[in-house]
Design a protein around this ligand. Structure first.
Ligand code: DC
Length: 229
């Protein structure tokens, strides 16, 4: 059976990772959440006071990139690979609005992108991988066999993210979440290096009115057409 690369790109909070994770499980593929990697670098910058409300020491962060080691380790209970920064599990710590607020500026830095893209390409060298992010079908794996571009309205996405954060016990307002979603959309799609754009050969799926099961069925069907048994 041949293995393929499935690249899933799209705006923030489109529910890419939920579907990507389940799709990977279905095919027994590796799943990589590249947003988690950009969040890990952001977490490092926040912990080391290189970024904050009114400052961003880009040079210092670039200088310290060599001190950042990002790894994934499968958690049997959770059923997916969690992200580690220098050996410390930061899976929950990177899912806060604080990290979401600073991640887009960090992701504009070419030096950061080069480091992470290199690691992502290595992880996919044997194929059999589902990777989600912003530039997977355009930059990381331009030859991926299956490319998906997920969209949904900003309000739909903010509502989903708001509910998710409330469920996790975070105390915040819907307006703050909507503001974060639209600001990230703007920065992610207008940055100079690897902006979020739909690859010419990507299949666009608007999932505003689709359940996770419906999305999973569609993607499974598309992948099966490309896998020879
Ligand atoms: O998927 P996410 O919301 O966890 O991603 C967090 C941020 O990381 C997103 O706002 C932009 C950046 N990102 C990126 O620039 N390239 C990727 N491949 C993945 C994420």
């Amino acid at each position: 059976m041949n293995k393929i690369i499935i690249a899933i790109d799209g705006f923030s909070s489109t529910g890419k990772s939920t579907v990507a994770k389940q799709l990977a499980k279905r095919f027994n593929y590796i799943y990589v959440d590249t947003g988690a990697m950009y969040r890990a670098v952001t977490y490092f910058a926040l912990e080391n006071e290189l970024i904050g409300a009114d400052f961003f020491d880009e040079k210092a962060l670039i200088h310290r990139l060599g001190d950042i080691s990002i790894t994934f380790k499968f958690n049997e209970v959770a059923g997916f690979a969690e992200v580690y920064l220098n050996g410390k599990n930061i899976e929950a710590a990177i899912r806060t609005l604080r990290v979401s607020k600073y991640v887009s500026p960090v992701a504009t830095l070419s030096a950061v992108r080069r480091k992470l893209v290199e690691q992502q390409q290595l992880m996919g060298k044997d194929k059999g991988i589902v990777m989600d992010g912003r530039d997977i079908g355009t930059v990381v794996f331009p030859d991926a066999e299956l490319k998906i571009f997920m969209t949904a309205s900003a309000e739909t996405r903010a509502k989903r993210r708001y509910k998710e954060l409330l469920d996790r016990g975070h105390n915040l307002s819907y307006d703050d979440v909507l503001e974060n979603v639209t600001t990230r959309d703007r920065i992610d799609s207008t940055r100079e290096d690897s902006p979020l754009v739909k690859a010419a050969d990507a299949i666009e799926i608007d999932n505003s009115d689709l359940t996770i099961e419906e999305q999973l069925e569609t993607l499974t069907g598309l992948a099966k057409e490309l896998i020879r048994y």
